[in-house]
Ligand binder design. Structure first.
Ligand SMILES: [Mg+2]
Length: 709
């Protein structure tokens, strides 16, 4: 290598350059000199690197690939080699570099070495890489965007709501400033709901392609401030599907293509939902059979009526209604029949009431009426009378005719303020009183009834206690047999010896026991006591025990009778069970099965109090009774009343041909006894022979009067 005169200057210049590594290689690639830039870039001092091959700057892999030799070969062949790539520093770290290798020839054109200029461009390289990454990311993002966009398209077309995208801002040509909304997008539901025949409306103007009402609705939405979160008020709109209730949300957006703003209109057709909700609401407040308000709704109406009446100085009245005998019809003819009566009844009752009165079915055959703004108590009484009269005519159903009675309890709110609960309670007490006083009537609540109700509640508590403390005992009244005029048996009659009140008459506590269900326990107790006591009688007399119709509701009745007989060791033939005809009126088939099962045990069945109720002769056909007991009212009246006598004759005549025994009850005089014998009665019972007394005092022998004749 020749040294030019400017060599020194040149060398100093080169060596002081720090931004570039500039050094010479000999023809084999060994480092000849080293400048400050090279030392800075590669970390070698001149004495560490001069003489070593420049291949040390390459990675092992690059060296193995022969890259250093190839670079020199290129520079040799083409005078210049330029490349970018990773190179190694002395400490082994990498840097990205721009490398230029120039071949140096002497004046004769002979290669004398190479000038190598290396620039560390790691930073720029990294920026470029980041850009590439960003580009890739952008591409990837755009792909994701496309996926998202596709997904959104699918959501929009499949969502149950109608979706419209409208271009905003374009004013109409009419100069009136009307926005001309072009439809940018309409999903299937929107086309179905808004466009006649589901026509394609994309690209068209709202005004041009939609019906007047629909267009007006959409433009009204478009004119409102968009708020994607809060829906608009429900609007009834005439759509191609008919009048529909619509609820919409609007949201403003910008088109990504710079095409301006668009308005997204999402419309929900809530017609069916509202109808279903209204239906559910109605069902929750009304009785399914009669469609009358139910108990819940009744309560609301009652509370409103009380509120209103206290404001204008009037009263709220309630009428508590109870059907007499309905349960019997229901049991006898089935619920379908009962339902028909209830429906007809509801219709009749409703006709008697004012428009603002509320007739409600509280359950079963329990109805109630709220009369708001009643000025005088007699208005409520008149309403009650109208209702009773309306129910009186027979109901004709499927060729049958039924009469249903109606009892009503009335309670009227006081000016001092009444609660709904209180009025209902008072109405119930008045109803109880109405039923007690003979049914088919109304009673107005008065404070005495509350006291009476308290007494009843107390009596119920006492009666429960009486069952446990053995305060109930049986008294026995003799039954006389015609043949031989001897005592053939006794009717067992329950007595309650109250520790404070003394003897409580059965008329007071039996109905209460029937109402409260205590009758089952009471009846079983009576049966056990009677059987046990009868078992001790040495004369073989029978014992007659009364069964309440309510006891027939208990499926265990037959078992209870069998158990009582077994426990007492009493032969079944010595037990008579007395039932009233209401047992045959209610649930006839089931009860006749029960009667038959009782008869199968070997006990005898008597029809008690005959002549007082319906006294249908068909009862005598429906079951083979062993005995009929003529009610004491006929015996009492037979002296004065031809009718009473005629009925007695009819019964005795019938039973003698049916071979049924007849007991005349309530025989008090010798004359009655004589005449009843003439009429053909087989058994007699009454004060003439003996009153009901405790077992230990029971009459065992007839006194001389009775046996005298
Ligand atoms: Mg009796």
């Amino acid at each position: 290598m020749t040294a030019p005169s400017s060599d020194l200057i040149y060398r100093l210049l080169v060596q002081s350059v720090v931004d570039y590594a500039i050094y010479l290689l000999d023809t084999d690639g060994n480092v000849v000199n080293w400048n400050a830039g090279a030392e800075r870039a590669k970390g070698y001092r001149a004495d560490e690197i001069v003489g070593r091959n420049f291949a040390v700057f390459y990675s092992e892999a690059d060296r193995a690939a022969g890259l250093p030799q190839k670079a020199l070969a290129t520079a040799r062949a083409e005078s210049r080699f330029e490349a970018e790539g990773w190179r190694l520093r002395k400490d082994g770290t990498r840097f990205w570099t721009n490398v230029v290798i120039d071949a140096i020839h002497d004046d004769d054109g002979k290669l004398v070495g190479f000038a190598k200029i290396t620039r560390d461009i790691t930073e720029r390289h990294q920026q470029q890489l980041k850009l590439v990454e960003a580009k890739e990311l952008a591409e990837q993002y755009s792909q994701q965007m496309a996926t998202v966009s596709h997904f959104l398209d699918s959501v929009i077309s499949n969502m149950p709501d109608s979706v419209l995208a409208l271009a905003t801002g374009a004013k109409g040509d009419d100069g009136a400033g009307t926005n001309r909304h072009e439809i940018l997008l309409a999903n299937g539901h929107a086309r179905h709901l808004f466009a006649t025949g589901g026509a394609d409306i994309k690209g068209r103007l709202v005004r041009d392609c939609l019906g007047a009402e629909v267009a007006e609705y959409i433009e009204r939405l478009a004119a409102m401030p968009a708020n994607g979160h809060a829906p608009s008020d429900d609007s009834l709109v005439q759509t191609p599907l008919g009048p529909r209730t619509l609820r919409s949300r609007t949201a403003l957006g910008s088109r990504p293509d710079g095409g301006g703003d668009y308005l997204l209109v999402i419309t929900e057709d809530v017609t069916d939902e509202l109808a279903a909700y209204a239906q559910i609401h109605h069902m929750a407040q009304h009785d399914g059979l009669t469609n009358l308000p139910n108990r819940t709704f009744f309560h609301q109406r009652l509370e409103a009526a009380i509120r209103d009446s206290s404001e204008d100085g009037t009263h709220a009245a309630i009428l508590c209604l109870d059907l007499d005998n309905f349960k019997n019809i229901n049991d006898a003819f089935g619920h379908g029949f009962g339902d028909k009566i209830l429906l007809m009844l509801a219709g009749r009752l409703k006709k008697c009431l004012r428009e603002h009165d509320t007739l409600a079915r509280l359950g079963g055959d329990e109805f109630a009426v709220v009369l708001p703004r009643v000025r005088r108590v007699d208005e409520a009484q008149h309403a009650a009378r109208r209702l009773i009269d309306a129910v009186a005519p027979p109901f004709a159903i499927d060729g049958h005719s039924f009469t249903v009675g109606l009892s009503i309890g009335i309670a009227v709110s006081s000016q001092e303020g009444s609660s709904a609960e209180q009025l209902l309670r008072f109405g119930d007490m008045a109803l109880y009183e109405a039923k007690r006083n003979g049914r088919n009537r109304y009673e107005l609540f008065h404070p005495d009834l509350e006291a009476a109700s308290r007494v009843r509640r107390q009596m119920e508590i006492d009666l429960r206690r009486a069952l446990h403390r053995g305060e109930l005992q049986m008294h026995y009244q003799p039954i006389i047999e015609k043949e031989g005029c001897r005592i053939s048996g006794y009717e067992a009659l329950i007595r309650w010896q109250h520790p404070v009140k003394g003897q409580v008459p059965p008329m007071e506590f039996i109905p209460l026991a029937e109402e409260t269900g205590l009758i089952h326990e009471l009846g079983a107790r009576a049966l056990n006591l009677a059987c046990q006591e009868a078992a001790t009688w040495t004369n073989g007399a029978t014992v007659a025990v009364n069964l309440s119709p309510v006891q027939f509701k208990n499926s265990e009745l037959v078992k209870a009778v069998a158990l009582a007989l077994e426990d007492a060791g009493l032969p079944a033939r010595r037990l008579e069970l007395e039932i009233t005809e209401s047992v045959l009126l209610a649930n006839t088939e089931g009860n006749i099965r029960t009667l038959q099962a009782l008869k199968d045990l070997g006990v005898r069945i008597s029809l008690d109090d005959f002549g007082t109720g319906y006294s249908s002769l068909s009862y005598l056909r429906s079951f083979p009774f062993d005995k009929i007991k003529i009610d004491k009212s006929f015996v009492r009246d037979m002296g004065e009343s031809r009718e009473a006598m005629a009925i007695i004759r009819a019964i005795t005549g019938l039973s003698s041909s049916l071979l049924i025994e007849i007991t005349a009850e309530g025989v008090e005089t010798e004359e009655q006894f004589r005449q009843l014998q003439v009429e053909g009665c087989s058994h007699f019972q009454g004060y003439l022979f003996g009153r009901p007394v405790a077992a230990e005092h029971r009459v065992e022998e007839l006194d001389t009067r009775a046996t005298a004749q």
